[in-house]
Design a protein around this ligand. Structure first.
Ligand SMILES: *[C@@H]1O[C@H](CO)[C@@H](O)[C@H](O)[C@H]1NC(C)=O
Ligand SMILES: *[C@@H]1O[C@H](CO)[C@@H](O)[C@H](O)[C@H]1NC(C)=O
Ligand SMILES: *[C@@H]1O[C@H](CO)[C@@H](O)[C@H](O)[C@H]1NC(C)=O
Length: 633
């Protein structure tokens, strides 16, 4: 029926055109898909038609009727012509041929905008075109008649085409949308919000109104796509809406496909929203579905978990093992990205990291210095020593040679610090960052960043002193060692239990020193001096080369040893539960190299003991063991 009507009206129009039997003209009038031929119209004959076209073009149809009756055949033809037009010129010519109503004008503007963005056309000239201005005029003359959906698309198109918001017509479209907000469907509101959030930014007035409506009407929210889109594109503008979206996503968790799951996780990560129930649910369903995940999804997932510091061992295991076969074909950027994400998560998958090492060995020329630094920093964080360590570091030293000067001071410091962790910092690295001209610029800088940098330099200085006997300097000057920032962390359960138990062990306060800040930049929970018969001595009497200012001067009596108690909390370990992260492994090494016997007090043993008496006995037993072991060696 509709097709018949269309055909009839086409014939009627066609008859008017017999004077110009151009196939192209026919294409304009035949329903879409019927005549595949060039659509561009020659300018001259068209102008001719325009003037000579019969006045009964819109014969019998008032603009009002056309708007009211969508099934109107003439209206339908024009709609189809607009939809199938393939260039703005064609659309302009349509507007010259037909008497348009405000709805048509809006549709044409929308189609022009769509074509402009699809074909990457220069919009400035289009907007300046007189015929475009006429379209805006027609649209504006009866804006209240434009259909809802068309109106929403119109507004987006005007923004996209860069029509300035200061124009009166633009403001009247915005106003019209604002008035009609209540009557728009949830889907229309959502699409408008998405568009405005991206194009116009957070402070757009209309956007804020749209979001208020979405917040009020959130019960109408349905379908995974809308939830995902709103979360990703609009959530950051409204925490209230984001709360609702998270609730809804939790409800729908089972139905998201991997790509949607990725988008939600990224949205949460970028907005720093650690919504634990949702993260759990998404992880659960990810594992249940056993879906094959693409490389880009795997990378985004591990990035999001890392950013949110959300631990989900089974998911990590899956991601790590799914990623591993992809490694040889990855781009350098992807390799560093996934290495860094796993490092952030403190998750060391040996097979994956071995594969990454092999990748670096196979592609040294493709890896930039920044990529290489990213890999080394990650290895250091996890204290990962590749099995082919020598080959790997030979390559690293070769690639870094002569490139150190190109690194930012911060990156260079991080790099050398990481090489210290991995026990690979050779003299040229140390010299570069310990040289006076290098640290001159952070002196006196009180920012947190500078303080962290300084602490790392102190650690590097310690590595140079304690672990590199051949290194001859320069070293940091003493005044730089003293300004260690005092981290004010809350006292942990392990800390307070350790303190109590130590009191029992020491007998007298004089026999111990607590919370010791060494000039190596490391912090010792407690230290004591013990005779070979395990008898504590008053620590303050003795010279203490690990301190900036020692109260005592006496050398240790023969056979006596210094003992450090180191408290290891959950966050000091990597996922391999009993393996220290690189930073803490280095701390332990340095404390030992500074002449201490180390008594490790890991949370997983110490907090198992319920009574203070048991804890004191535990410490005493450990102390005796390290002393005995030392004497045996
Ligand atoms: C469109 O808006 C009108 C008011 O302009 C409203 O009455 C109508 O319900 C809406 N229709 C649709 C389909 O959105
Ligand atoms: C740590 O990660 C590795 C690699 O995925 C895994 O094999 C191991 O079981 C994990 N360890 C713990 C304690 O979760
Ligand atoms: C272990 O980590 C905690 C912070 O998480 C820190 O306070 C403590 O000093 C670390 N332990 C050692 C021995 O460095």
């Amino acid at each position: 029926m509709a097709a018949r009507l269309v055909r009839r009206c086409c014939w009627r129009h066609f008859a008017a055109f017999v004077s110009a039997p151009s196939a192209a003209t026919a294409a304009l009038l035949v329903p879409p898909g019927k005549v595949p031929m060039p659509r561009a119209l020659p300018q001259a004959p068209l102008a001719l038609f325009h003037t000579s076209s019969p006045p009964d073009w819109a014969d019998g149809f008032s603009v009002k009727e056309q708007v009211d009756d969508g099934r109107n055949p003439e209206y339908k033809v024009i709609g189809e012509l607009i939809e199938t037009a393939t260039s703005p010129q064609e659309l302009f010519q349509l507007s010259e041929l037909h008497e348009l109503n405000s709805n048509h004008a809006s549709l044409i503007i929308t189609q022009i905008s769509r074509l402009a963005s699809e074909k990457k056309l220069e919009t400035e000239n289009i907007v300046r075109d007189e015929r475009f201005q006429q379209l805006i005029g027609i649209m504006d003359s009866q804006i209240s008649q434009v259909w809802n959906n068309t109106l929403v698309n119109l507004l987006k198109s005007l923004y996209s085409l860069g029509v300035p918001s200061s124009r009166r017509e633009m403001q009247s479209v915005e106003q019209e949308v604002l008035w009609r907000l209540r009557r728009l469907t949830f889907r229309q509101l959502a699409s408008l919000a998405e568009f405005l959030a991206i194009r116009q930014g957070k402070d757009n007035k209309l956007l804020n109104e749209v979001i208020k409506k979405l917040e009020l009407r959130w019960t109408e929210l349905e379908g995974t796509r809308t939830v995902v889109t709103l979360m990703g594109k609009v959530g950051h503008v409204s925490p209230v809406l984001m709360d609702r979206l998270e609730d809804k996503a939790l409800e729908l968790a089972e139905h998201f496909n991997p790509d949607e799951t990725r988008k939600i996780l990224l949205a949460l990560a970028y907005q720093n929203r650690r919504c634990v129930p949702l993260l759990r649910a998404l992880s659960y369903h990810l594992l249940q579905k056993h879906a094959e995940l693409s490389l880009s999804i795997l990378l985004d997932l591990v990035f999001a978990y890392g950013k949110l510091n959300f631990h989900q061992p089974q998911v990590f295991q899956k991601i790590a093992s799914d990623l591993q076969p992809h490694v040889p074909a990855m781009a350098p950027m992807e390799v560093t990205r996934c290495t860094r994400s796993f490092a952030l998560l403190k998750w060391l998958s040996l097979p994956l990291f071995e594969a990454i090492t092999q990748y670096a060995l196979d592609n040294p020329k493709q890896l930039s210095v920044a990529h290489l630094c990213g890999i080394i920093l990650s290895f250091a964080r996890l204290n990962f020593q590749p099995s082919g360590s020598e080959d790997f570091f030979n390559m690293v030293h070769e690639e870094l040679q002569g490139q150190l000067g190109s690194l930012e001071p911060q990156m260079l410091t991080e790099l050398v610090w990481s090489l210290c962790v991995l026990q690979q910092a050779r003299a040229p690295y140390l010299q570069r960052v310990l040289a006076p001209e290098f640290h001159a610029h952070i002196r006196g800088d009180q920012s947190l960043k500078a303080q962290n940098l300084q602490l790392k330099l102190i650690h590097i200085n310690a590595a140079a002193k304690l672990e590199n006997p051949d290194y001859k300097g320069p070293f940091l000057p003493p005044e730089l060692l003293s300004t260690v920032p005092l981290a004010s962390e809350r006292v942990t359960q392990l800390q307070s239990c350790l303190r109590e138990a130590l009191t029992g062990l020491l007998g007298s306060q004089d026999n111990g020193r607590f919370d010791v800040r060494t000039l190596y930049g490391w912090h010792i929970d407690a230290e004591m001096v013990v005779t070979s018969e395990n008898k504590p001595l008053p620590v303050k009497d003795f010279a203490a080369p690990h301190l900036l200012r020692a109260e005592g001067t006496k050398p240790l009596p023969p056979g006596a040893r210094r003992v450090a108690f180191l408290r290891w909390e959950f966050p000091n370990f990597s996922n391999r539960s009993k393996e220290l992260l690189g930073r803490y492994a280095m701390a332990r090494r340095h404390v030992q190299a500074a002449g201490f016997l180390v008594v490790d007090v890991p949370h997983y043993e110490f907090l198992e003991l319920k009574l203070e008496r048991q804890r004191t006995a535990y410490l005493r037993d450990k102390l005796h063991k390290v002393m005995a072991k030392d004497m045996a060696s």
